[in-house]
Design a protein around this ligand. Structure first.
Ligand code: ADP
Ligand code: MG
Length: 286
């Protein structure tokens, strides 16, 4: 039979918007040694805003932005929302063919018989598009564009760190827990956010499969890990961790379904709270 303490723990958690999908996870979370987290949507709001538009003069900026907006309308990525907010309504007259979303890179399509690429510099590299190396030094998240095999320019976008993110890391540290950030975003941006928050280890420029590899490396050191994420790309790492935690508000269905614990209001401070509830429940049960 299940001891009464577990019901108390699950109830206390649920009152705080933390849904445990089984009482066994209260035990596991109580002993977590490393909290591994995604950046976008987990420690940051996940709402990007366009900051700057830097285009080569050879291109008609508004024409290209219309094409970019039409292509991004095929994506659910937070970057797509930022583009839509900036450019406005999508021109439905534009005919896009062979639309492809390339995980961790961006988007590709054919328009007027020419290739349009919208994504990060890795995407540009993959298709052999050359650009000024100075562009690699920009610390913002960058949306690079190429049209007809030529580099058109880029937009910079920025996100905001969640209000309780810093306190979350401080609390985890005071519990003696290691913190790690894994992200598909540019490494310079990831290092900046990690430093702001006091996260001990941070890795950027990761493809979804790289996140899995990093998590396996941590598990191989015999550390019990919790992974916290929100995106579709996070579902495999959520599944692989000892406790998978999903941000339930912004989170993709796949990630929420795979998770063992769901944080309904997306507040990262609910992570140390869940750990504390796990620890207190154990005290009562034993
Ligand atoms: P994250 O770990 O931040 O959730 P993703 O794997 O979703 O990372 O994306 C990694 C990077 O790929 C983004 O930071 C962006 O540069 C690029 N990217 C992904 N999807 C898009 C898109 N729809 N439009 C432009 N760039 C994209
Ligand atoms: Mg994400």
């Amino acid at each position: 039979s299940i001891p009464l303490g577990y019901f108390g723990g699950i109830g206390a958690a649920s009152k705080n918007g933390i849904l445990f999908k089984g009482s066994n996870f209260l035990d596991v979370i109580a002993n977590i040694q490393n909290v591994v987290m995604d950046k976008t949507g987990t420690m940051t709001e996940g709402v990007f805003k366009v900051q700057e538009v830097i285009f080569n003069n050879d291109f008609n900026q508004s024409e290209i932005l219309e094409m970019v907006n039409a292509l991004e309308s095929k994506s659910t990525h937070p970057i797509a929302t930022a583009i839509h907010e900036y450019v406005g309504e999508v021109n439905t007259q534009l005919q896009l063919d062979d639309v492809e979303e390339i995980a961790g890179h961006g988007l590709k399509a054919t328009i007027n018989g020419k290739n349009l690429l919208v994504g990060n510099l890795k995407l540009m590299d993959q298709f052999g598009i050359s650009y000024d190396p100075e562009v690699t030094k920009i610390v913002y998240t960058l949306i690079a564009i190429s049209y007809d095999e030529k580099f058109v320019g880029y937009l910079t976008v920025a996100d905001r760190i969640k209000e309780d993110a810093k306190l979350t890391i401080e609390k985890l540290k005071s519990l003696g827990i290691k913190t790690t950030m894994l992200s598909g975003d540019k490494n310079a941006v990831v290092q900046y956010v990690a430093q702001e928050l006091g996260i001990q280890n941070a890795f950027g420029d990761l493809l979804p499969e790289d996140k899995v590899k990093k998590l396996q490396e941590i598990k191989a050191k015999n550390q019990t890990v919790a992974f916290v994420g929100d995106g579709v790309n996070d579902a495999p790492v959520v599944a692989l961790s000892d406790v998978g935690i999903a941000m339930g508000g912004l989170g993709s269905d796949a990630t929420v379904e795979t998770a063992d614990v769901v944080i309904q209001d997306d507040m990262p401070s609910k992570i140390p709270m869940a750990i504390n509830i796990g620890k207190q429940t154990k005290k009562i049960v034993w």
